[in-house]
Structures are given as structure tokens and as C-alpha cells.
Design a protein around this ligand. Sequence first.
Ligand code: HC0
Length: 570
Amino acid sequence: RIAVTVDGRPVSVPPGSTVLDAVRQAGVDVPTLCSHPDLLIRGSCRLCVVSVDGKPGLVASCETPVHDGMTVRTFGADIQEARRVSLELLLARHPMECPICERSGHCELQAVAQRLGVRAARFTPMLLPAVADRTSPSIVREPARCILCRRCVEVCMDVQSVAALFPAGRGYQTHIGTFMESGLAQVACALCGQCLLACPTGAIHEVDHTERVWQAIADPERHVVVQTAPAIRVSLAEAFGAAPGEITTGKMVAALRRLGFDEVFDTNFAADLTILEEGHEFIGRLLSPGQSPLPMITSCSPGWIKFIEHFYPQLLGHLSSCKSPHEMLGALVKTYYAEKREMDPARLSVVSVMPCTAKKFEAERPEMGRDGMRDVDAVLTTRELARMIREAGIDFASLPEEDFDEPLGLSTGAAALFGATGGVMEAALRTVYAVVTGKEAPPLEFAAVRGIDGLREAEIRINGQAVRVAVAHGLGNARVLLDQIAEGKSPYQFIEVMACPGGCIGGGGQPIPSTKEIRGRRIRAIHAVDESKALRRSHENPALQQLYREYLGEPGSERAHHLLHTHYTP
Ligand code: HC0
């Protein structure tokens, strides 16, 4: 280990550490706007400057390696002044529109300005004449609010391997650009929103659907049904100050009723339904290999779908034909549920609360609806729901626990798993194994597909046949598996891909911050939800069995295909 002295206190850090690591080890919190625990960014914002014995001037601690015997000073008039100048230069090109900015109150720039005691703008404002990009159905970019930290570039390029965003221009004209300065809707962007999670300010945010949801709720002619994704119940409370991983399913349902939704359903019900449809499809492909290509790949993560459409359109046939669960639930609300309640489906609005920005895009895809009717009418992110709860003056922490409505609110532990990487695979294996072997006590937990490694694989023996499966989360990892398929070298029969690191619990619509450590806590909560359920295999869901008896017939039936499946074409 390397011995360093920070403000007179000795610390030791592993070789390869930076001065910033050593300073933090000493318990000192230096300000920074570009450093991020999941990303490798060095020296963009210059706020973390410190003095190091033997080096002239001040150095950015995040990009300076430690050496044995180094002595560091983290505070003093010179350091204070340097940090303030750097910050004020950033503020000189930043629009002061905090009261109307989505990130106000939890903006890192705002927090640092408060912390450094900056009260006046010393430098003449020189705002870039930047125009907001509102072309995409999911994400808005407001370049005027950008502080050029490059976190979005790093996550888009190195984690997601998409490279939709990159630095462009020189000097004062430097900005984060896109190919030919086009709108996000015109470039190869997966709309996963990881850039948005990484952004320290309000320069990237979701397209707001709260206004259209308020209007639907206020309209006495409309019957407004809401559904919540598996990941919301383990993260929503973070927006109200709770620790990551707190499970607040009952309070979430209670809050939605108080907001005025007429019916509160659970996307988890449709996750169970997805397992029956997708499991059936997989067994079919496995037993008649010539008909549809193997490996079959999950199709529920819309950022992933957009990625494969842009970068590997020749492999679209590998996708399962299943729509994603919230689209399935929307389709059922406007058919099965409308018939049961004798309601005109045109009077129904379906609102999905999702941890995902790409779901806004997915809901508008032409494939997701029929007879001129959308399956889903609005998609709120976890953050947007939290804003609505706050706007309505609801004290989230003191809400009682309430249950979802019947019949589309009942779900198993398998469905809960969908929210975490590996969860769809594990849920599918539970049902596929039980159906194929007919065993009474098939295995419940498939540990090999759990975990946080970007790529995981397992071999499961079902009735003597080896089934090789793989799981990828984060699009850079998905690319590895796709390259194998493209080269004809994939050893797998079934692959799960989720666009976002950690799966949906790490989605672009989740509370910020959303770091690796926080994602780990949310994943543990997802597993706890699974373990708390009396029923843990999707095919055991009695409401689902009733749906098949009353309406759909068999998995893969003609009606199931009409409502629940789709095809993506290049
Ligand atoms: Fe997911 Fe979903 S699990 S995509 O990851 O499959 O967003 O949470 O709602 O639809 O169920 C996201 C999360 C969902 C869907 C489900 C799937």
C-alpha cells in the first residue's frame, strides 16, 4: 500500500489510487462535478484541486496518481479561490433558471455553488446560443445547462457502446454534440437514459408526461388505470429520502389511489404472463430448431430493442415475439378488462410507471396498439411519479399499506425478479423447467444467472437436455453476445438482455443518484420481494390461470398472438 499524508493525517491506499481516493480515505470531501463512482473521468471540472508538496501550483486530485510519502493539503485560501473561480466560470455560461429546472433541489451544480458560498456572478455571462433538443419521445437535451463534465459521453460510449454523444467544437464553442448536430430522434440512440442518470445538472431529462396524466385524471369521462413496474417498489422511497432498497409496495399503491387513479394494477401480473408466453415460445423453438432462430433473446427492454435495431438489424429474428409486460397489460386492460367491466375501451387511459425512459418511446411505437388505440397512453418515470406525489401534498412516509386491485394486480415472486438483471431468465427457467419435466418440486433459485457481472452464463439440464443460457446487462455487454451470434459462434439457446446496468432497477427513469452500490441494494430488495411471495412460479398465478381459462385459451393462442406479441422488422 502507498502511504500518503492528507492535511497532516496519515492514510494508506492501494497502488494505482489517485490523490482524490487518498483524500476521501482521509475522510475529506473535496467538491467535484465530473467524478462519478461508476465512470472514469479525469480533470474536467477542476473543482477537486489540492496542493501537493513538490508540485507547483494546484493539481486536480482526480487525475493525479499518489506516490509513497506524498503530502497533500486540501484546503486554504488559494484552494478556495481556485475552486470558486472554476465554479464561477461554469456559472457564467449556465442559465440561472433553477426554479423551473427538473433537477432543482438535487442538482450537483447548485449544491456545489451553495457549498462554496458563491452568492454573486463575478464574470460576465456568456451563454451559448444553444437550442433544446426535443425531437425524441423519451429524452430532452438542454445544451445550455451543460457544464461539459463528459459523464454522459463516458457512459454512452464506454458502458453502453452506443456513442450517440461526444465532445465537439473548440474553446468556448466546445459542446456535447451528436452526429451532424442532429436531434436524438435522428441518431443511433437507444434512449436508455443512462446519460441522464450520469448528468450532474438538468441538461438531460425525460420528456414530461405528468401534465397529460393530470389531465386524464381530471377528466370525469375517463377511467384511468395505472400500472407499476417491478423496479418502482424498491426505489420510489429514495425520492422521499429513504435508503436505497426500501420496499414500499403498499405505500406506492396508496399514493396512486390518492392521486386519483381509478384502478391500480401491477405490471408484475403481466410479467407472469410474459413468462408463460415467452416460455412457451422458447420450448417451441427448442423442440423445432429449424423454424425460428436460436438463441432466442428476451424482448422486454425497449432500449435494448432500439440498440439491436440500429446496430444488428440482421439479428432481429432472434428476439422473442413477446411484447414487454407493460404493453401486454395495456392491451389486456383495453380488451379483457374493458369487456369484464362492460366499458368502452376508448374511455380508458392506461398509465405505466416505469424505471425507464425508453418505455416512453416504446409506448408510441406503431407496433404497440391496434384499431387506432394505443396499448399504453402515458409513461411516467419513477422520478415523475415522485414529483406528482409531492405536488399533491401527499406525505409518502406516513401512507398506509394498500393492495393492488383485482384481477390484474396479483403476481408471483418470479415476476418480481424481472426488475433485476438475470430475473427474466430465472423466472423463465422456473416455469420452463417445471413444464418440461412435470416435476412437483423443481428448483426455484438458479444462482448462476444471479449476480452483477456484466455477462453471466449457465448450463441447465432439463430432462437430460443441456440448455445453455446467458445474461447481459448494459449494452456494451450485449454487444459481445451479439457479435458471437453474428459470427455463428454463439453456444447459447436463450439469452436475456437488459439495456441498463443492473437491469431495470438501474433504468434511466430511476431516482438519482443511481450508482453501482445503490443498484446492488435495489437488487437485494427485488430478491426479498420474490422470497416474500407465497407463489414463486409464474404459471402458479391463479389470476393468470383464470385469464387463460376465460379469455386467452392457451399460451401462444391466436388471441394471445394478436394482443401480446409483435414483430420488429429492419
Ligand atoms: Fe422492467 Fe419490465 S421488468 S422492462 O425491466 O420485462 O422498465 O422494472 O416494467 O414492461 O415487468 C422496466 C422494470 C418493467 C416491462 C416488467 C419487463
